[in-house]
Design a protein around this ligand. Structure first.
Ligand code: NAP
Length: 253
């Protein structure tokens, strides 16, 4: 069966590793092209937008895609909306892989906010040293709070014009270890951490380090993804694929 995996996450990469060499499926992995040097993948990979829901629907039809897997980031809502629409338009069975959210644990001091402007406002009027681990696409709202000192960590350095005035950059790719995260917070005298509620294990260590140091965390809530059949793990997604493949075989095969 021909599969299109919308990727850019650890789950998509894990699916790619699990499916490489599986003769039941002929998968293509699609990346948005956000990172300059994406990790090498064991599957045929394409990069860049499709041109909205209509463009994705045209791709599904032209490539004869049998199954669509949306394994994009929990904050990537546009592509998921397009995927649901394109799957419906082409009658392509679709599954969303969406990891669970992080939950606060005893000792955490989380301030929950609904979006990035609210996160910037929540930092308050007194100057603080802030670690931003929100990627590089959502920095603009922090220009409205230029009295803070920002340490911005992202996979690739953000474009200089997107940075708040008082910012330093750490370009690093996860996964991160709790001891390293603790050192980072201490060495940069971080007073508050801002993060999206991405969930997953690759970047959770910063929350453990903040808890150990008693630091507050401004936690940006997830936007809602459009309704679709959803699994939380790669193992469950693989089971869904296996069931779809079995159902496609002629009776008795
Ligand atoms: P988005 O806002 O949902 O998507 C914007 C457009 O990018 C889509 O409409 C689509 O363009 C294209 N696109 C997105 N994912 C694609 C994929 N897998 N293959 C092909 N095209 C894709 O998503 P985003 O701009 O990538 O990111 C939104 C949020 O997710 C940000 O907060 C970002 O930090 C976070 N995030 C994204 C990634 C990633 O790999 N994309 C990774 C980590 C975090 P067309 O309409 O032209 O098809």
């Amino acid at each position: 069966m021909k599969l299109l995996i919308l990727g850019g996450t650890g789950e998509a990469s894990a699916l790619a590793r699990a499916l490489a060499g599986d003769s039941r499926f002929s998968p293509v992995l699609s990346l948005a092209g956000r990172t300059r040097h994406p990790a090498p993948q064991p599957l045929p990979t394409r990069q860049g937008g499709f041109g909205g829901a209509a463009g994705l629907a045209r791709y599904l039809a032209a490539e004869g895609i049998d199954l669509l897997i949306d394994a994009t980031h929990p904050f990537a809502v546009e592509i998921s909306r397009n995927a649901v629409e394109a799957a419906r338009a082409t009658a392509t069975p679709m599954l969303t892989v969406l990891r669970p959210e992080w939950e606060p644990a005893p000792g955490d001091h989380w301030l929950l906010v609904s979006d990035m402007p609210a996160a910037a406002a929540a930092l308050g009027d007194a100057a603080r040293c802030v670690l931003l681990t929100i990627g590089r696409q959502d920095l603009a709202p922090f220009a409205a709070a230029p009295w803070h000192h920002y340490v911005v960590r992202s996979v690739d350095p953000p474009p200089p014009e997107s940075l708040p005035p008082n910012a330093e950059i750490i370009a690093m790719r996860g996964p991160f270890l709790a001891a390293d995260e603790r050192r980072l917070l201490t060495e940069h005298a971080i007073e508050v951490l801002v993060t999206k509620n991405s969930g997953g294990s690759a970047t959770v260590a910063k929350l453990h380090a903040a808890r150990a140091l008693g630091l507050p965390v401004v936690m940006v809530a997830r936007p809602s993804k459009p309704a679709s059949e959803t699994r939380a793990t790669v193992a469950e997604a693989l089971a869904w694929l296996a069931a779809r493949h079995a159902a496609s075989l002629p009776r008795g095969a």
